[in-house]
Design a protein around this ligand. Sequence first.
Ligand SMILES: *[C@@H]1O[C@H](CO)[C@@H](O)[C@H](O)[C@H]1NC(C)=O
Ligand SMILES: *[C@@H]1O[C@H](CO)[C@@H](O)[C@H](O)[C@H]1NC(C)=O
Ligand SMILES: *[C@@H]1O[C@H](CO)[C@@H](O)[C@H](O)[C@H]1NC(C)=O
Length: 318
Amino acid sequence: MADYKTSNLPNPIFSLLFLTFLCLLGLYFVRHPHSHSQSIDFQQVFLSSATNSTLSTYLRALTLHPHVAGTPPSLRTLHYVQTHFTSLSLRTHTHSFDALLSYPLHASLSLHFPNATSLTLPLTEPGHSGRVVDPYHAYSPSGSFLAVPVFVNYGRREDYRALHAFGVSVRGCVAVARRRGDLPRSAVVAAAAERGAVAVLMYVDGDGKDDEWVGGVERGTVMGGLGDPLTPGWGGDEGGERLGVEDGEVKGRFPAVPSMPVSAQNARRILRWVDRATVPEEWRETVSGTVGTGTRPALLNFTYQVRMLANTAWGFLI
Ligand SMILES: *[C@@H]1O[C@H](CO)[C@@H](O)[C@H](O)[C@H]1NC(C)=O
Ligand SMILES: *[C@@H]1O[C@H](CO)[C@@H](O)[C@H](O)[C@H]1NC(C)=O
Ligand SMILES: *[C@@H]1O[C@H](CO)[C@@H](O)[C@H](O)[C@H]1NC(C)=O
């Protein structure tokens, strides 16, 4: 029997794929004969219309006030961008979407020490009180727990394996995880919930040298997937089909336990009270200053209230 791989004949599968690719390419150019030159025009419009100083003015205007989706300031942001695009003679079209959005209502964190005193941790970022969106994880459920904090490193599978090997379980505890950019927040919460944690705190670990941002908090979503939870995969056009909040496909996208972002500063305050006997050797440097075995660890009072609202968000196309 002839072996195609050793002959000089091209592999039939590759030939077929190559032909399909050529056909698609041909079809693309037949349908979009000027698309290449059009994209250059757009680029030139953008480049010729902006200088470093106008760019910094736009950025300043866009970031001056919070504009969370579904709130009046987000509509003002849309008008701002639209006005500028229109002034560049770009045709714009706005579009509204109905989406289930989540907003923070109330959050508090306090440490309860063995001597019956407690310490309330400040949750606002220094210097920004009232002028920024309260730190929150969008789509986290509400909840209140008094539980022992446990450090879970980045909250990856191998981190839980290390904890398990060290004889530590997070069942009934608040998992405290540092953020790693390549790990979605939803995966961190899911891994903790799977192992019985009642809540999750996440913080961004600085490099330890630059302490300027130690009070800063990273906001973000903990929902699995993108877009509106009620219209997974097809988007929330006004009047379009929407699933209910109780629908299995929708429920599966929300995390099972509440979570909250905290500053590195608050994380340090909490980690100081994590029982040293629950911290594997290789993580000790990260949570230096923990209390020794024999001391009863402090408890963490985690209280988080969120409001889910079907709201109208705006987007636009040019
Ligand atoms: C704009 O800023 C960038 C980055 O600082 C700089 O490299 C560039 O030369 C600046 N362009 C002009 C035209 O000033
Ligand atoms: C209780 O314990 C905390 C933590 O060690 C300490 O900061 C505080 O001073 C103690 N309060 C009293 C009254 O002993
Ligand atoms: C935990 O904090 C919440 C909100 O501040 C408070 O209502 C609750 O009484 C606290 N729980 C305990 C056990 O201190």
